[in-house]
Design a protein around this ligand. Structure first.
Ligand code: ATP
Ligand code: MG
Ligand code: MG
Ligand code: MG
Length: 347
């Protein structure tokens, strides 16, 4: 019989809609000759529902599909939703999905799944811990301050250390949700308050001036080989656009992608090597998208790793692999075969 693949999407995080959009683009590209797809939706309230078609959803935030406000959902237990499934594709972004929580559930159930395990997912999702681990491995990260859970502002020393502008971020989120760029200390406390709407853990980073944004897609093959794609660059095309926020990602056309990025061969080679090193430093498996900053001085900084990056039609992860010579369908098959090859034991 065909391999039964549960594609889990939606979820409780602020990236619910992005995940629904990812599922919408993944489902039609899964090889129908080999895989039988079991779509499993999770509502923003955390109810699991079987058989919800991501193609038949209403438009929500950013005009992306959503399971919000659905009254026809028949909630079932996760174990029931995943019954008779061979492998799970947890296509969830952000908290309660990309952060090790669903990975833990799948470990307990003995089900193989696409992507990194519990530790790597949790470590990469938390920007503070991810930076600490990357630093310990000797990898370059930017200046940052981990704000104490009880602190509502930065000390004078911390302000001096970071300089202006700064980026204020929820430590565990994605799609730029809850992030502010602060160019005046008078706006700092409001930005911290805003980030806290998404996570009590807040990280504040020194802004890299005139940064070039480069992303690489890292993929593990069933034989354990780990490879990085060619680099992709995100570039603002409008003058008044300062950074890659939620609107730039999913709503406006203010950013364009160069895939592959126009970079010297030696920087490309360095990026590909560093992306694989970062992947291994966080003990990732399956896949991750590694986001870099290239400074005006041609220095590389690792901004972050996304262990379940977007899979929408405009997402960098599949596009970077396409530019490297692997089409979307083959990429999905590889991800699933790697999950199955790894199995359900301690890994
Ligand atoms: P993703 O959707 O990739 O998961 P995220 O929510 O985890 O995004 P980041 O990638 O950390 O957020 O930051 C979002 C964007 O903010 C970056 O792509 C970049 O445009 C800008 N940015 C973040 N940190 C910095 C920085 N230190 N210096 C300059 N720009 C920054
Ligand atoms: Mg991220
Ligand atoms: Mg992300
Ligand atoms: Mg990012």
């Amino acid at each position: 019989r065909k391999t039964r693949v549960a594609v889990v999407f939606g979820g409780r995080s602020s990236e619910h809609e992005v995940s629904c959009q990812s599922a919408k683009s993944v489902l039609p590209h899964l090889d129908a000759d080999r895989f039988e797809v079991v779509p499993v939706g999770i509502t923003p309230q955390g109810q699991w529902a079987l058989g919800t078609d991501p193609n038949a959803l209403e438009a929500g935030a950013g005009n992306l599909p959503t399971l919000r406000n659905r009254t026809d959902i028949v909630a079932i237990e996760p174990g029931q939703a995943l019954q008779d499934v061979d492998v799970v594709f947890p296509l969830l972004h952000g908290a309660w999905g990309e952060d090790g929580t669903i990975q833990g559930l799948l470990e307990l159930g003995g089900l193989p799944y696409v992507g990194p395990g519990v530790f790597a997912s949790a470590a990469a999702m938390d920007k503070i811990f991810a930076k600490k681990i990357l630093q310990a491995e000797g990898l370059p990260v930017g200046k940052f301050v981990a704000l104490d859970r009880s602190a509502t502002t930065l000390t004078l020393d911390e302000r001096e250390h970071l300089g202006l502008p700064v980026f204020v971020k929820p430590s565990r989120a994605g799609s730029s949700v809850g992030i502010s760029k602060v160019s005046d200390w008078a706006d700092l406390d409001a930005a911290i308050f805003e980030a806290r709407q998404h996570d009590p853990k807040v990280i504040i980073e020194g802004a890299v001036p005139n940064v070039r944004e480069i992303e690489l897609a890292v993929l593990e093959f069933p034989d354990g080989r780990v490879e990085a794609s060619l680099p992709a660059e995100l570039r603002a095309v409008a003058d008044d656009v300062e950074w890659y926020d939620f609107n730039a990602k999913y709503v406006d056309d203010t950013y364009e992608a160069d895939i592959p990025a126009k970079l010297d061969d030696d920087i490309t080679a360095q990026l590909r090597e560093m992306a694989v090193t970062a992947f291994k430093a966080l003990d990732c498996q399956g896949l991750s998208r590694v986001d870099f900053f290239l400074t005006e001085q041609n220095e590389l900084i690792i901004n972050e790793l996304n262990t379940m990056p977007g899979f929408t039609p405009i997402s960098m992860y599949p596009k970077a692999w396409e530019a490297t010579g692997m089409d979307f369908g083959t990429l999905l098959t590889t991800l699933i075969e790697t999950a199955i090859a790894r199995g359900s034991g301690l890994r």
